[in-house]
Design a protein around this ligand. Structure first.
Ligand code: ADP
Ligand code: MG
Length: 603
């Protein structure tokens, strides 16, 4: 038989390897920024066009490269950062695998211009799809400029897989922020579609954080610090009362590199235990310095996941240091017995903990906001255009036959008039129904009611909106406005008057009538959070999504007491809805039990 095994041609091998390194424009940004940091640049500029799908450019004033190195840089496993195998254990640079440029060049059109200090002329190289197109001398400033055009132009499947510009831009900003936070001593700039998004002069860590995340962060940060033989920890945590429900600001850096480590994240969670309301996330910016020998950064090709040799000790150090920081800043609630005991059980390895003898209001709830209740029963009479409860139940729409436990509500409703609802746990409304019970989830019921109201609003040609007496300005973090802009048309169609304001803020001048009193900041945060987690492009059914978000933000919370007549009204309005059985997010709203269920329970 003839020999059939061949080595893959280089450009094919590179394209395959690129799959690991280059997932999206943001991956390119990360690699290029890190190369510039490694090259000793003091100023690094990122230029983005159309979320990097058209063009990404990184310009630095670092060491530059010789003509031969410039060519070599695009070979796979070509790196200036490692000579011996042992070097891997001493890594202080970001890169070392020598794969990034080769991978990027395999899936894009790359132009490189670079010049070292001593050279008079620089080098220009063009590579497309891994094939060298041009190498020449050129005039250029000291340093390196890499332009990456038409990413994935030769792999249509990958290109089609990219998300909307807003989502891809968010990923790029995330990478940019990580590198900029890791190196506050360097000057970083980011320009997006011709607009300055960031201009961060060399500064301290605290200023860098404030610069990136906004002035609001100035009062939010508490410094944390600890020095032990195995680990030096410095950084900031966000005061618990500012904790958000989003996983936004959580940063670990190890030796100047952003890392992910779920185990160490747990150490932070433990330090914050009992201080955060349900569902809130701690914010932190923690910089770890430790012997590079004792870190294994090699377990993931993009190097954000790392392993530590002493991870248990590091865990304890972090938890203790953060508890200490929280205590020092008088923000620990009065320690109950439980908390006190766990605290004493884990003495910090170095210094004694100074038990924080602080008392503050343990019932403090940062999430308690103005008591917006939308069209909740207690504020406004529910419009009586919906029919009476009794006749409503007679005309209940077909109950979907999916999901077990979701039982049909009998249409016989003779005994429904004057229905009494118990409120259980300030969360569920329960009443006798037929030979069983009818149970309604109050929050979801209200979501459903608001949702349908909003959609009706949308369907009508002229939406009633209410001019705000005081327009609301919402300050945003960089890039968020760009994300939100994609939703302006939908928001306007719903009756919001929204626009850009100044550099990067949002102004809301009018809201839909149905949503007077809606907490706008919370709504915007919810839209952004939703956008960040979005798996598909936002284009289709944007309005439904918006209505869903607003209903969620505006709906009566679980835990709200309702008077007897309010309970009945809520259920009344629910059953006037087109689909009362599911919340806009598809969760159950109504559960019915019958006698058989009771019999079963007493088996
Ligand atoms: P790695 O960073 O893992 O070494 P890369 O493919 O990212 O691999 O880069 C290959 C080599 O190209 C680097 O080792 C470095 O010598 C050189 N290089 C890349 N980018 C720059 C830059 N911006 N300035 C100077 N040299 C660079
Ligand atoms: Mg690199």
């Amino acid at each position: 038989m003839a020999d059939i095994i061949r080595l893959l041609p280089d450009h094919v091998a590179n394209q395959i390897a690129a799959g690991e390194v280059v997932q999206r424009p943001a991956s390119v940004v990360k690699e290029l920024l890190e190369n510039s940091v490694d090259a000793g640049a003091s100023k690094i500029e990122l230029v983005v066009e159309e979320a990097g799908k058209t063009r990404l450019q990184v310009i630095d004033n670092g060491s530059g490269m010789s003509p031969a190195d410039a060519r070599m840089a695009f070979e796979r496993h070509a790196t200036s950062k490692i000579n011996l195998a042992e070097d891997i254990f001493r890594i202080r640079t970001k890169g070392f695998r020598g794969e990034a440029l080769a991978s990027i060049a395999a899936v894009a059109k790359v132009q490189l211009k670079t010049r070292s200090e001593e050279a008079e002329l620089g080098t220009e190289i063009k590579i497309e799809g891994g094939q060298l197109e041009k190498q020449d001398f050129c005039q250029c400033p000291k340093g390196t400029r890499v332009a990456v055009d038409s990413l994935f132009y030769n792999i249509p499947a990958r290109r089609n897989f990219l998300k909307s510009d807003a989502v891809e831009l968010r990923h790029i900003i995330d990478e940019f922020e990580r590198v900029a936070l890791a190196h506050p001593d360097l000057h970083f700039r980011m320009v997006n579609n011709g607009h300055d998004l960031f201009d961060l002069p060399p500064e301290g860590r605290r200023q860098r954080i404030v610069h990136i995340f906004g002035k609001r962060f100035r009062e939010k940060l508490v410094p944390a610090q600890e020095k032990t033989p195995i680990l030096a920890l410095e950084g900031f945590i966000v005061k618990p009362e500012f904790a958000r429900k989003t996983r936004g600001e959580q940063f670990f850096f190890a030796n100047g590199r952003f890392i992910r480590n779920t185990y160490l994240h747990k150490a932070v969670l433990q330090a914050f235990e009992g201080l955060l309301p349900d569902g809130a996330q701690p914010g932190y910016f923690l910089y770890l310095e430790l012997d590079p020998n004792r870190i294994d950064v090699n377990i993931h090709p993009t190097k954000t996941e790392v392993k530590f040799e002493d991870d248990r000790a590091i865990f304890t150090i972090i938890r203790t240091a953060l508890k200490h920081a929280l205590g020092q800043y008088s923000i620990t609630p009065s320690l109950d017995f439980e908390a006190d005991r766990t605290y004493r059980n884990t003495p910090p390895p170095t210094e004694k903990p100074s038990a924080p003898g602080i008392t503050i209001n343990p019932h403090f709830n940062p999430f308690e906001q103005g008591n917006f209740r939308g069209s909740a029963p207690q504020n406004k009479p529910i419009s009586r255009d919906s029919q009476e409860w009794e006749s409503l139940l007679n005309q209940l729409p077909e109950v979907p036959q999916t999901g077990q436990g979701q039982m049909a509500i009998p249409a016989s409703a003779g005994e429904n008039s004057g229905k009494v609802f118990l409120q259980i746990g300030k969360k569920y409304l329960v009443s006798k129904h037929g030979q069983g019970t009818l149970m309604v989830h109050q929050n979801r019921a209200h979501q459903r009611i608001l949702y349908e109201k909003l959609l009706r609003n949308l369907a009508s040609a002229n939406v009633a909106s209410q001019q705000l007496l005081f327009p609301e300005n919402i300050s945003l973090q960089a890039g968020e406005l760009e994300l939100l802009e994609a939703y302006f048309p939908a928001l306007r169609a719903m009756g919001f008057d929204v626009d850009r304001f100044g550099q990067g803020d949002l102004v809301i001048q009018a809201v839909p009538l149905a949503l007077e009193g809606l907490p706008l900041q919370a709504m915007i945060e919810e839209i952004l959070e939703n956008e960040k987690n979005l798996q598909e492009s936002p284009e289709e059914s944007q309005k439904e999504k918006m209505a869903q978000i607003m209903a969620k933000v505006a709906a009566l919370r679980s835990g709200t007491f309702l008077a007897a007549d309010q309970r009945a009204q809520l259920v009344d309005e629910l059953f006037a809805c087109e689909s009362p059985y599911f919340s806009p997010e598809g969760k159950k709203v109504v559960v019915h039990t019958d006698l058989a269920d009771f019999d079963k329970a007493f088996d």
